[in-house]
Write a new protein. Structure first.
Length: 101
């Protein structure tokens, strides 16, 4: 399910220019390390520098940081929802539950 949320670049070598599952991984790792909502701390931590790559083209825009922080917050919410759904599907499969047609 999570794979459906992540872009699938068609051009090899451009994985860092668009948001990729690699970025999701490092975003989640940054949240575990620094805490939810600590977007600036995550972005400034060299260990999580990969999440800054897709935004390099937008650096000069006036409200760049606000746009970037809002994107990261929305992306985290989307990942959180996907993980909840994935867990629900896992539990349903474990319990052998099926939906009535």
């Amino acid at each position: 399910f999570l794979d459906l949320l992540v872009s699938n670049p068609q051009v090899p070598g451009r994985e860092y220019e668009i948001w990729h599952r690699r970025h999701d991984y490092w975003l989640l790792a940054g949240i575990v390390t620094h805490g939810y909502g600590r977007w600036q701390d995550i972005q400034n931590d060299i260990r999580f520098a990969v999440i800054n790559e897709p935004f390099k083209m937008d650096v000069g825009k006036g409200n760049f940081l606000e746009i970037k922080n809002k994107f990261l917050a929305r992306r985290f919410k989307l990942l959180e929802q996907a993980l909840v759904i994935e867990e629900q599907l896992r539990r349903a499969a474990y319990l052998n539950l099926t939906q009535d047609p």
